[in-house]
Design a protein around this ligand. Structure first.
Ligand code: GLN
Length: 592
């Protein structure tokens, strides 16, 4: 097993996660099997209890792990399926050591950060690195480890110490340290400054870690003399210094690294030059080119709670992007703060209210994402009603689906007080209710989480077709409430169909409105399994409907089932038709 450790210096937010994912992608392109571990030095056991407003979205894995959003980047770039153990936190490590101490496993010894915590970290890394994440048997060739935070943080000290010991243990030729740093340009003189990087490398060395590769963030490519200086002061060969200069979008980063031969430098450090093949990034490059040249806009209104921080909905945005690129459309996301659509805003700040409605009405499609808590709920309901009544393509995810049912019950069934018991525990018309198996006392890890199977009830519904006429689909969940099974019949009779249910038939997974171009609500989160070249089926449906090509896409995905039903049944809406992430690339004459 070979290890690539990615650390960050100078400031946070340098794109360490994207750099680490891109390195993984490049090594994969060289024919190697790659896994990844993200280390988050915070004390939370997992990201499940962290606010998306503070920390960005909570990413959900197949096994129900609620993890840092960087794992989403890894899964998307490497098309892998990670587990909760691929996200290591201080909380998890301390918990495992304290559990052992309580059991008496330390035989009376004093339990200390060094060696007990540091040993536990190394054991964890070694164990998880050997688990395949690409669906094949046997251990991967390389594990990319990203250490969250910046060198020098108090929180990361035990990890740094453990990784220093680990690099010594696995030995040269098996460990490569990539240090991501910043080379700022002072506008007055326009000079690229190396001092911050020098300092952070010095810090790294003083902690027992030696960088093999420097990846320097800067606005432009590093000048030759700057590289020479960095090489001298940081003791890193010039050919091992790459610049991550500003690019139009993150799909360029692997290409940027490839162009500067970063993969060759890494392969050399890891003694893998003999095993690796020439990096093949043809498909990735083609898709990036398409992305760069898109002109024709498709406008999607995102009616959410956290509109200030786009990281709160990162996977939803990525899924929209994957689908847009596949449809050759330039994605424009209009952020609509749900509460701005509400009547109370009309009274308090009419301008804000009007602006929000103008945005919503100008959109080609409306998306109501998942969420918790009652802020903006009424606004989301109004947006859903607007989409339903005005034939605007609509996708409601998790809370978005639950509210679509509430809105329908209020407007069509005439239950004016219909609600979810999450927002109105005593409502006389509870169309969304707390799931019987949930916990009311513990927030962490107690939801219905991870991959669950949905069985299609109606073969010719739009969602079944989009999933390639699959009989079932596995998607990821994260919820406490569900549609009230006792109200299903009434709702269905009025025209909102539950076309996907779980294996018991009591839990509603997908709703579709009859006589509407595209009105779909899902209890699960399809965004987590969307990939650049394999857009999520239901996002593809939304974008296609919003750009007037849903029929073509439905016909194309119908054909997918004939060539690759198994993949589709696994939940990845993909197949030969979507090669290069392009719905129209299979030469079936659908190009328009
Ligand atoms: N709050 C809702 C529930 O717990 C929806 C959750 C979500 O959108 N992820 O069921």
């Amino acid at each position: 097993m070979k290890y690539v450790l990615v650390t960050g210096g100078v400031v946070s937010g340098l794109g360490k996660g994207v750099t680490a994912s891109s390195i993984g992608l490049l090594l994969q392109a060289c024919g190697l099997r790659v896994t990844s571990i993200k280390i988050d030095p915070y004390l939370n056991t997992d990201a499940g209890t962290m606010s998306p407003f503070e920390h960005g979205e909570v990413f959900v894995l197949d096994d129900g792990g609620e993890v840092d959003l960087d794992l989403g980047n890894y899964e998307r770039f490497l098309d892998s399926t990670l587990t909760r153990d691929n996200n290591l936190t201080t909380g998890k490590i301390y918990q495992s050591v304290i559990d052992k101490e309580r059991k008496g496993d330390y035989l009376g010894r004093t339990v200390q950060v060094v060696p007990h915590i540091t040993d536990a970290i190394q054991e964890w890394i070694e164990r998880v690195a050997n688990v395949p994440v690409d669906g094949k048997d046997g251990p991967p060739d390389v594990c990319v480890i990203e250490l969250g935070g910046t060198i020098g943080d108090i929180e990361s000290m035990p990890f740094i110490e453990a990784l220093g010991q680990f690099s010594y243990k696995v030995g040269p030729g098996n460990f490569c340290l990539v240090h991501v740093s910043l080379v700022p340009v002072l506008s007055v003189v326009g000079e690229q400054k190396t001092k911050p990087t020098q300092h952070s490398v010095r810090g790294l060395r003083s902690l027992g870690l030696t960088p093999n590769i420097l990846a320097c963030r800067s606005t432009k490519a590093l000048e030759d003399n700057v590289k020479t200086k960095l090489s001298q002061f940081c003791h890193v060969p010039e050919e091992n210094i790459v610049t991550l200069y500003d690019v139009p979008n993150i799909w360029h980063v692997p290409l940027l690294l490839r162009d500067q031969k970063a993969h060759e430098a890494i392969l050399k450090e890891l003694n893998l030059l003999g095993k690796a093949v020439e990096a093949d990034v043809t498909e990735w490059t083609a898709r990036t080119k398409i992305y760069d040249t898109l002109q024709d806009p498709v406008r999607i209104a995102m009616v959410g709670k956290y509109t200030g921080l786009t990281d709160s909905y990162l996977s939803v945005l990525k899924a929209l992007l994957h689908a847009s690129v596949a449809c050759h459309k330039k994605l424009v996301v209009d952020w609509v703060a749900a509460s701005d659509l509400e009547e109370i805003t009309a009274q308090e700040t009419p301008d804000v209210h009007k602006a929000a409605w103008d945005l919503l009405k100008g959109a080609d499609g409306i998306l109501v994402p998942g969420g918790f808590g009652d802020r903006g709920v009424q606004g989301k309901i109004l947006a859903t009603k607007y989409a339903r009544e005005n034939q605007v393509p609509f996708l409601g995810i998790c809370l978005g689906m639950q509210l679509a049912v509430v809105e329908f019950a209020r407007s069509i069934l005439g239950f004016e007080d219909a609600n979810s018991t999450e927002f109105e525990p005593e409502t006389p018309s509870p169309c969304v209710i707390f799931m019987p198996e949930g916990s009311t006392t513990h927030m962490g890890g107690t939801m219905r989480l991870g991959s669950r199977r949905t069985y299609f009830q109606v073969p010719d519904c739009k969602s079944a077709k989009l999933y390639g006429n699959a009989k079932f689909v596995d998607e990821r969940h994260r919820h406490r409430y569900e549609v009230n099974p006792d109200m299903i019949q009434e709702i269905e009779n009025a025209g909102l169909s539950f076309v996907g249910k779980d294996e018991t038939g009591r839990r509603m997974e997908i709703v579709e409105l009859q006589n509407h171009p595209y009105f779909v609500g899902v209890q699960f989160h399809p965004e987590f399994k969307s990939r650049p070249g394999k857009p999520s089926a239901l996002f593809l449906g939304l974008i296609a409907a919003a750009s007037g090509c849903l029929e073509a896409v439905l016909q194309a995905s119908g054909k997918v089932s004939k060539v690759s039903t198994t993949r589709v049944a696994n939940g990845a809406a993909t197949g030969k038709v979507y090669q290069n992430g392009n719905v129209y690339s299979n030469g079936n004459g659908l190009h328009h």
